[in-house]
Design a protein around this ligand. Sequence first.
Ligand code: BGC
Length: 734
Amino acid sequence: MKQIFTTLAIMLMSMALHAQNTSSVPVYLDEKQPIEARVNDALSRMTLEEKVKLCHAQGKFYSNGVPRLGIPGLWSSDGPHGVRFEMNWADWGHSGWEIDSCTAFPTLTCLAATWNEELAYAYGKGVGEEARYRNKNVMLGPGVNIYRTPLNGRNFEYMGEDPYLAATLVVPYIKGVQSNGVASCVKHYCVNNQETNRMGVNVEVSERALREIYLPAFRAAVQEAGVWALMGAYNKIRGQHACHNEYTLQKILKGEWGFDGVVMSDWDGTHNAKEAAFNGLDIEMGTSSRPDKGIFGRNFRFDESYLGNDFLKGLRDGTYPMELVNDKARRVLRLIFRTAMNRQGFGKMDFAAHSEVVKAIGSEGVVLLQNNPVAKSKTPLLPMDVSQYQKILIVGDNATRVLSHGGQSSELNPQHETSVLKAFQDRYGDKIIYAQGYAVAQAWGGQPQGGSNQSDNATQLREEAVEKAKQADIVIYVGGLNKESGQDCEGSDRRSMGLSFGQNELITALLNANPRIVFVMMSGNAMELPELKRMPAILHAWYLGSDAGDIVADIVSGKVCPSGKLPFSYPVKLEDNGAMSFGAESYPGVNGQQTYKEDILVGYRWHDTKGIPALFPFGYGLSYTTFKYGKPSISGRTVSVAVTNTGKVEGKEVVQLYVGDDQASVLRPTKELKHFKKISLKPGETKTVEFTIKDDDLKFYDEASRGWKLEPGSFTLYIGSSSTDIRGKVKLNV
Ligand code: BGC
């Protein structure tokens, strides 16, 4: 009995103590309190100086917390494809740590080519787990700028040319990242569609193109994914820099869309103290000089940021109302509570599990562009039955290059990156021989530099590869672009749509020596392809990250049936692309001014509506099997179509639904993607796919009434395997 009383007394005492402790915890530290209550409580305890300190960086990738209150600051990191290595405090150098490696995920264009929302979630979740484990609070990505021209050096970081596809995939990606208590910082808002003159170019774009093409993925990130942060772009929009643009940030993002997160500037993207204060910027990052104050580079102190001392002074002297700093501080605190002070899990560096995600994305993202038989054979060259071959030649610099390096801010230090050569050697041992074939010049622009030594070397490399090709049973050519400047790389655009480093000549010489060639093309962009008619098999293999080699080997050998579909159109020639067809005023701009003259007709909308065929259209990709589509039917607003795998292997198909408005009071694209579904079918298996058409799928943005408009009448719903391979149509009257 005595024992029971003692136990009871101890229990009561500890309950009382606990209650006392809980009540003594300030509200902002009490995790049981709603975030808004914690934010308000923290704000009420802060001085003006502390609030201002939240609004600008204090290191290259660090922004302030409130040290006196024990509120941690925010660590951010690039980026979309994995957690970048540690950077120096105040410059762009690598800190030289040895514990900052990561999983390199396939680039975002590859994710877009999977057309698979589940994979987008797995991608975000994996990146977020590694970010959390590495104590990163804000991941600078994903990028959802629309693919407007094949020359943009950063297209590989984005999700293609179609707003619906990008909007559909960005949502699960962000949810995956943020499920770890790590913020996504969706970027670069907005109309940042080229690298040439990216800091200064002023984009004039119609309201309709802005709403229909360039904003939907950002809007989905905000309204559907609930993204916690967003990065302003470098360029100007209608005369004002994107990082402090009143219209896009204040009116649209925070006004119309109700964004409650933080607007971060791009690094060095802030140019004006007053605009930064008034126009919606919350954290100024990366400012490294103040030309207006004669402070440059090494002399720069972070407190000299536009949202630093200048902002403080303006608040003190009444230039800025206090509500401005309170709103910014509130948003930053909210982000800190959502991330750095959110203790839901601590992430993990599970390289084995994340490799599986990388392989799944890569396997579904690689696009089979061409697959023809060679000579008298009746069967296409791929998949390759390795047992038939004694000598397999692998040619190309990209067969051995670590492609997660380079590209600038999306560069990674991968824990492993298996090259194509290594993967084939591991599987097929002595059967594999290698020739480099071409050398990469490290020159700005990626063009080989002159000089006889270099051309001698190029000739020697080519001849060596050709000799080996003559001896080989089959050649796997691994070329394309790389992540050097002027190729697929931030900071500059490509100069042409062609291949560099003498690859055209090399490809011709190789084909003359051996017609059995599989071209594995690493690239984030559409390419001008030499010898298209003679090249039997082409795979668009993006940048596949940590397990690149295994992904390629699985597809080439037929272990995996390709199912990727292009997230952008391949024009036959550069001028066939809408943006490029209007000359310099449209791209890259003249004297810093640029007008998006193709307007809403971006990508396949241009090709279709203008009747300019694409070489490989949006949504296109071959398989090792074949799919037969039944006749689509419509009941009410629901369209159904049966799809059967009529080939010999299991495969995945992306069933695409496009909408066309039969008569409209404005120009509308012939058709626009509004739904898709990826399905897996065994040989002989049939599945029925259903899509329900919503009003939003039929609307256009009406500039006159400044709103979305549905015009009653007849619509054509196209069901296809690509934007041009339409297998059936139904009519819908509204
Ligand atoms: C890029 C951003 C990147 C930032 C930080 C900028 O130059 O445009 O995308 O997140 O640097 O590295």
